[in-house]
Design a protein around this ligand. Structure first.
Ligand code: B4P
Length: 190
């Protein structure tokens, strides 16, 4: 199985690149952000609880997202592999993911980490916010909180995967196509 963690700060291009990678490598896309927004749209109790946190740019509790990923893994047991987009975001999530994959006799193949400067992240997210109406993309102080959550709780996971020799860093500036080509080249060496 090919199991990739697509990593980076909010607005780095994780969702954008995931959509290209799932086509090329025939993988299942697991975006915790998309799953949570689906819960909100469906008006579930989980979605309502998550909405308050997401609108502020805070992370949703670990047990909620770990439970969501666990059931998606169970529902897609015959796939070629997975792209984990926006997950894991904390050490507890990374450890839980390793355990869940281990139970299925597989593991993470690589973490592909996209690096983009803060000013560009803010520009991209505000621009998406204008079109999508997403509450967490419309206010610079909420975007700053998301970047801060990333720097304090999520960025340290690079060390976690580096210690397993699985970290590859890619510059996330440039056209979507150029970045996709760099990711493809990296994946083809795995
Ligand atoms: P996510 O949905 O994961 O949101 P994101 O990080 O902002 O999106 P992404 O990084 O995929 O967007 P992309 O760059 O593709 O999370 C939202 C919230 O959900 C979190 O704040 C948190 O509250 C909660 N959550 C999710 N997962 C969680 C977890 N595991 N644990 C706890 N809480 C969790 O796109 C951004 C924009 O850039 C787009 O408009 C795109 O078109 C543009 N873009 C992309 N590539 C570009 C390029 N090369 N050049 C120019 N623009 C580009």
């Amino acid at each position: 199985m090919l199991n990739l963690v697509l990593f980076g700060p909010p607005g780095a291009g994780k969702g954008t690149q995931s959509n290209l990678l799932i086509e090329k490598y025939n993988l299942v896309h697991l975006s915790t952000g998309d799953i949570l927004r689906g819960e909100i749209a469906a008006g579930t109790a989980l979605g309502m609880k998550a909405k308050t946190l997401m609108d502020r740019g805070d992370l949703v509790p670990d047990e909620v997202v770990i439970g969501m990923i666990s059931s998606k893994l169970d529902n897609n047991s015959n796939s070629n592999g997975f792209i984990f987009d926006g997950f894991p975001r904390t050490s507890a999530q990374a450890e839980a993911l390793d355990n869940l994959l281990d139970e299925k006799g597989t593991s993470i193949s690589a973490m592909l980490s996209l690096k983009v400067e803060d000013a560009e992240l803010i520009r991209r997210l505000l621009s998406r916010g204008e079109k999508s109406g997403r509450a967490d993309d419309q206010d610079e102080s909420i975007i700053a909180n998301r970047i801060n959550e990333y720097n304090t709780k999520t960025a340290p996971l690079k060390e976690y995967y580096s210690a397993q020799n699985k970290l590859s860093e890619i510059k996330g500036n440039g056209t979507v196509e150029d970045i996709a080509e760099k990711l493809n080249n990296m994946i083809d060496t795995l």
